[in-house]
Design a protein around this ligand. Sequence first.
Ligand code: URP
Ligand code: ZN
Ligand code: ZN
Ligand code: ZN
Length: 466
Amino acid sequence: MTRTLITGGLVVTAAEEMHADVLIEDQKIVALAATGSSTAAGWQAETVIDAHGQYVIPGGVDAHTHMELPFGGTSASDTFETGTRAAAWGGTTTIVDFAVQPMGGALREGLDAWHAKAEGNCAIDYGFHTIVADVNDAVLKEMELLTASGESTSFKLFMAYPGVFYSDDGRILRAMQTAAHTGALIMMHAENGPAIDVLVAQALAAGHTEPRYHGEVRRELLEAEATHRAIKLAQVAGSPLYVVHVSAGSALAELAAARDQGLPVFGETCPQYLFLSTDNLAEPDFAGAKYVCSTPLRPREHQAQLWRGLRTNDLQVVSTDHCPFCFTGQKELGRGDFSKIPNGLPGVENRMDLLHQAVVEGRISRRRWVEIACATPARMFGLYPRKGTIAPGADADVVVYDPQTVQVLSASTHHMNVDYSAYEGRQVTGRVRTVLSRGTVVLDHGRWLGRAGHGQFLTRATCQYL
Ligand code: URP
Ligand code: ZN
Ligand code: ZN
Ligand code: ZN
């Protein structure tokens, strides 16, 4: 047995803050004791990590990533190896990625393909949601079996991207009805895809080919409308609903209204919607392509509404939707036609730091930081209390976080396999100092000690947030 003791830090969980020593045996946290009392209690450990002046927080849980996702004739540039390593550099110790059902194929085929990409390559633990691209009787049966086995207890459907991932309302309703009796969680990409496709064709015909038109045609109203429709469909089916990557204030208002009625609807937003805006999409010389993602970035005034939603708990989770494409050779596929720019932003390494900056600026509390980035995503996707907290019995996924060191985010220093940073030059206060994944120190004082293959696949319970 190996024992590790983390001493003197401020332990921050979603529920409380306490100056405490944390005792780890092998892969698990086994005990906490008020700072100093562990010495008196005679706790011994081979490894002692001094965390005085630091926060000791649960490792981040990023419930929305797309490593190696094929999209628009290319593939997201982070592999499971590079992407999970970058996640750990940024204080995230669990990801939940999306296995994609191939058109005309089974969910099983998608999961097998994603297991093959991830197995033996991940630096941190990982799980899979399943993207359901084609709802039919066999797929509904598969949803039931996957939920029962815990291999995938959440399923993403798309109201956007006709001809690719899109499901019509009838198919969505059937998937929701299945979720209602199995306990699975339906995750929704809520944008009216058929209407957006009309506006895309009209924009291109009018010669509007620049990246900023991506933001203009993917109208806020069409996010709000789809969000409203998804909520009503879930209500008819009697299932809970989790809306991914909420970017528009009016879509958030739909969620808030539903929650005021007592409906089990949940929302996720992402750092790009909290920190970036259509100003970035309008950057000259095609640089706006770096910021093309769906739902799109919105005008700056939406940011305050999203922060408010995080404070009022109308939004419960911040995930990254990490889906990186290099500017050179990938984003450039859309020169002369914004609709050919692969959709997605890099961010898996930046989430914990950007949200800590919001703590520094007084937008959210320290405990709320841990709640939206660690505890609630773990609960939402059936990983709690194994992940997302610091408590006896939890996996020893622990981050020692230095709240005072100032850093500048940049592609020249990040570890994501992508040639630009969406946050280039942005100064943030706070930095990850030490990271443990299941009791193993994978990162310490800027030194990488982890290895591909340390990360294990996680089976999951059904949603624990209801
Ligand atoms: O632009 C994005 N978000 N790309 C990833 C796919 C998705 O819809 O989440
Ligand atoms: Zn000390
Ligand atoms: Zn999506
Ligand atoms: Zn996504």
